[in-house]
Design a protein around this ligand. Structure first.
Ligand code: MTE
Ligand code: MO
Length: 330
């Protein structure tokens, strides 16, 4: 018998953009420097994200060793036609304000204590539960889904998540009919989380990081909990051991390192919406036609496709980030 190992798409080196495109981007580079000189405020981290000590091997030390070779790829969310972002790019360009205000927090995030992690599911449910990571992995059948991901800052990526649909958890805890919203709370300990730094007084921020969904949004098949990415458990910089993935919403709606999930009868306040309500709405569906007050949302840049975000490959933003099946929710 012959065994042929078929590499998963994300194990194949992502295709380089065509030289025409690269040339085009080089041509546009100077122009962009003007237009996206403003971009320096949109992407403040990039100037300092290539410090000398970021060797690949140090990065690999942040990658958990537990892999899931037998997990089935979702037939529906198989990433057809998409080029998966290389892991080395996605796992060192992160937003995780608890550990810093730049994209370069992957080392600082290693301070997150993930041993004996507990997730409390509580509020208006018939079966409140506290899960540890092994409980989650045993109780909810895992699958791999390749999703597009879109940050409100107009960068995008394509990543293979490992996890389970949120509706599996809904089924397990049985929300009561009074439950209309769900609040997700991230880990926070001021002794471990220095905050964004810079000019920000971290003690004035509305910690812990929280996010919320309407229960119908949570029940949509696309709404996902990830315990892993690229075939292994989540590294800390991606929000280990459990994070939300809401592919039709801007990335900030996906809280990382979740410790609490509460079913409630009112819309709770959330981190970004509390801080800057006119920039980070509650619904936050990806929409090319609704500009952010400080930049357009009509285009996005694909993470890691060039030496600097100003030359990353650009593509049009899609309504609901391309997941038009959620339209009936709105
Ligand atoms: N707890 C917490 N969750 C968070 C954030 C954060 O700062 N803290 N940032 C959000 C934002 S703005 C984005 S774009 C994504 C980034 O996820 P990634 O770093 O895994 O790409 O995480 C989201 N979840
Ligand atoms: Mo984001």
């Amino acid at each position: 018998m012959v065994f042929i190992r078929i590499p998963k798409p994300w194990q194949i080196e992502s295709q380089p953009i065509t030289s025409e495109t690269a040339y085009w981007h080089r041509r546009r580079f100077l122009k962009n420097m003007a237009a996206f000189g403003i971009g320096a405020t949109v992407f403040p981290s990039m100037s300092c994200s290539r410090s000398g000590n970021e060797s690949g091997s140090e990065l690999s030390q942040t990658i958990p060793t537990r892999t899931f070779p037998d997990i089935e790829r979702s037939a529906i969310y198989s990433g057809e036609g998409l080029t998966v972002t290389p892991e080395a790019k996605a796992s060192r360009y992160n937003n995780f304000y608890e550990f810093g205000g730049t994209k370069n927090i992957w080392q600082a995030a290693q301070a997150l204590p993930t041993d004996n992690w507990k997730v409390e599911v509580t509020g208006l449910v018939n079966h409140p539960q506290t899960y540890d990571l092994d409980d989650l992995i045993k109780q909810f059948p895992l699958e791999e889904r390749i999703y597009r991901f879109r940050c409100v800052e107009a960068w995008a990526m394509v990543v293979p998540w490992l996890g389970f649909p949120m509706r599996s958890l809904i089924k397990a805890v049985e929300p009561q009919s009074k439950a209309k919203f769900v609040r997700f709370t991230s880990f926070y300990d001021p002794k471990v989380c220095p905050g964004p730094g810079g000019w920000t007084d971290t003690s004035q921020l509305p910690w812990p990081y929280t996010e919320s969904l309407r229960i119908e949004e949570m029940a949509h098949d696309l709404a996902f909990f990830a315990v892993g990415i690229y075939g292994h458990l989540l590294p800390k910089q991606h929000g280990a051991p459990l994070r939300m993935v809401m592919p039709w919403k801007y990335g900030f709606k996906g809280a990382k390192s979740i410790v609490k999930i509460e079913f409630m009868n009112f819309q709770p306040s959330t981190f970004w919406n509390t801080l800057v309500p006119d920039e980070y709405g509650f619904e936050a569906n990806v929409d090319p036609n609704i500009p952010h007050p400080r930049w357009t949302q009509a285009e996005e840049r694909l993470l890691g496709t060039g030496i600097h975000p100003s030359v990353w490959h650009r593509q049009p933003t899609l309504l609901y980030n391309g997941y038009s099946e959620v339209a009936s929710l709105y």
